[in-house]
Design a protein around this ligand. Structure first.
Ligand code: 5GP
Length: 291
């Protein structure tokens, strides 16, 4: 904690009086919000000219809205990437825009999209399913960031954003990822902002990621639906991985061992779909949106 400044008794009395006025002002504002006379836009506008309002915590403002409360306020701030201690004057333009959109009447606001997380053992066919879902136009499919090298047929910005380990670590520290995980010697992560924005814009979002990452998403966004894509049989998965010419033999052995662990995680998912045909899986995932 910083050392408090040395104040004369008069200065201390003046500071206390100022703090008390600011507290009263914030209480007034909170009461106005509670009664529905003041909305987020109104509070933000006031904060431009009123110092006490500008120093109010965003969490206090949200908690004052009828039906929000402490837990929902914190969860919302976490989802919108707003620090729990952020004050109104520190809100960024996008953060403010996202907050306003959370509370705008449903008639003018796009209905929030659904988040589906498709996971399952490596080699089961998740990326084929994801590519076909993207083509249906029903899903906005997130492009992940990875530290692994591109395979011969992969393009930066299309299949993945390929970056090095130092840059990946930097992004972890900057809270860039919604989730990230280490898989078969490389790091993979989902950029948070694109997903948030797509959901706010009303798009259904698909993440095609491994199991650890899927669990992280569920803990941040309990409304996410976790779908486990299962191979029709173990033999089927082995032959798919064996047939993958893009991996070295060591990498394939490593992936088989991992797949065994991954299959054991299926019961913790919301839904298990067996990949007997890509078309059937795609149809099921599309119909899930209207369920
Ligand atoms: P591959 O190297 O074969 O493209 O992917 C390896 C594994 O990483 C797959 O299971 C794939 O679903 C997963 N993966 C791809 N992107 C992400 C991501 O952003 N986060 C996590 N946790 N896993 C990912």
């Amino acid at each position: 904690m910083p050392t408090p400044p040395k104040l004369t008794p008069e200065e201390r009395a003046a500071a206390l009086a100022k703090a008390s006025i600011a507290r009263k002002r914030r209480a007034e504002i909170k009461a106005e919000i509670k009664s529905g006379n003041l909305d987020i836009q109104g509070v933000y506008e006031l904060s431009q000219s009123d110092d006490a309002v500008s120093k109010m915590r965003v969490a206090e403002m949200l908690e004052s809205i009828t039906g929000v409360g402490k837990i929902r306020a914190l969860a919302m701030m976490d989802r919108l990437n707003i620090s729990p201690t952020r004050r109104i004057k520190g809100l960024g333009t996008n953060q403010l825009k996202n907050l306003l959109s959370e509370f705008s009447p449903t008639s003018t606001k796009a209905k929030r999209g659904r988040l589906i997380v498709l996971s399952g053992p490596g080699g089961v066919g998740k990326s084929t399913v994801a590519a076909q879902l993207r083509a249906t136009g029903d899903y906005w499919v997130s492009i992940s960031v990875t530290t692994r090298l591109p395979r011969i047929n992969e393009k930066d910005g299309v299949d993945y954003y390929f970056i090095n380990n130092v840059e990946f670590e930097k992004r972890i520290r900057g809270s860039y990822f919604l989730e990230w995980a280490q898989f078969a010697g490389a790091k993979y992560g989902t950029p948070r902002e694109g997903v948030e924005q797509a959901l706010l814009d009303g798009h259904n979002v698909l993440l095609e990621i491994e199991i650890d990452g899927a669990k992280q998403v569920k803990s941040h966004m309990p409304e996410a639906m976790l779908v486990f894509l299962s191979p029709p049989s173990w033999e089927d998965l082995v032959s798919r991985l064996e047939g993958r010419g893009t991996d070295s033999p060591e990498r394939r052995t490593e992936r088989l061992a991992l797949a065994q662990e991954e299959i054991a995680a299926a019961p913790s998912f919301d839904l298990v779909i067996v990949n007997t045909s890509v078309k059937e899986v795609v149809d099921q995932l599309v119909s899930l949106l209207s369920a």
